[in-house]
Design a binder for this molecule. Structure first.
Ligand code: CA
Length: 225
């Protein structure tokens, strides 16, 4: 994973340097800007993953910086405010900051907030595979859940993996040896009875006609429609 970058926008030098030092120690690549115009410029050139932004700045203020950078590219913004009532005011204005920290704050608190914001963004960006529908059966891979006619069906981890494997290859005849290699990771062809017993379990839990036996070869997932 590439190094994550944070832009710190703060004209009070001691605060800027403390924040930069702490985030640097946390493994971030940190850049500092000390006024509104240079913050926007650094944002364009540095492509940061997150911005720590003070409200009171020379040039133009943090609200204007926030508006301008969000217009360039959406990015999580942690805003630094001087007082609690200033935070209330900004929340009311909906300036597009994701979180606020009132001065004075501890560097530990700041680092914690930065990590939470980045995790939230990364989670939101992770692709969620769509649920798979097989008749009245719904397979949710992200949650590793299976429902039949809306009711949860409990599958063992291997049963689940086998079902997902079948679901990705509907109507295809899958030899038992092939299933053993792909789902169980066994290179040897022995143990095909294991495949049989898991298919039996899937039929019992999800319907007898879900998986068709292809005699002497293996199995195929039946899909109605
Ligand atoms: Ca300031």
């Amino acid at each position: 994973m590439r190094e994550r970058r944070v832009l710190v926008v703060e004209d009070e030098r001691t605060i800027a340097e403390s924040v930069a030092a702490r985030l640097g120690a946390e493994g971030f690549a940190v850049e500092i800007a000390a006024d509104g115009p240079s913050a926007v410029e650094r944002f364009r050139t540095g492509q940061p993953d997150l911005v720590v932004l003070d409200v009171m700045l020379p040039g133009f203020d943090g609200l204007e910086v926030c508006r301008r950078i969000q217009a360039v590219r959406p990015v999580p913004v942690l805003m630094l405010t001087a007082r609690d009532d200033e935070t209330d005011l900004l929340v009311g204005l909906a300036v597009g900051a994701d979180d606020y920290l009132t001065k004075p704050f501890s560097m530990r608190e700041l680092a914690a907030r930065v990590h939470v914001l980045l995790r939230r963004v990364e989670r939101a960006a992770a692709p969620v595979p769509p649920a798979i529908h097989l008749g009245d059966i719904e397979i949710n891979e992200a949650e590793r859940r299976v429902r039949r006619a809306g009711a949860d069906v409990h599958l063992t981890p291997t049963e689940f993996d086998l079902l997902v494997h079948f679901a990705g290859r509907p109507r295809t005849v899958l030899p038992r040896e092939r299933l053993l290699a792909d789902v169980w990771g066994w290179a040897e062809g022995s143990g095909t009875r294991t495949v049989d017993s898991h298919v039996k379990a899937l039929r019992r839990k999800l319907g007898a006609d879900l998986i068709r036996t292809v005699h002497g070869v293996g199995y195929a997932l039946e899909v109605s429609s």
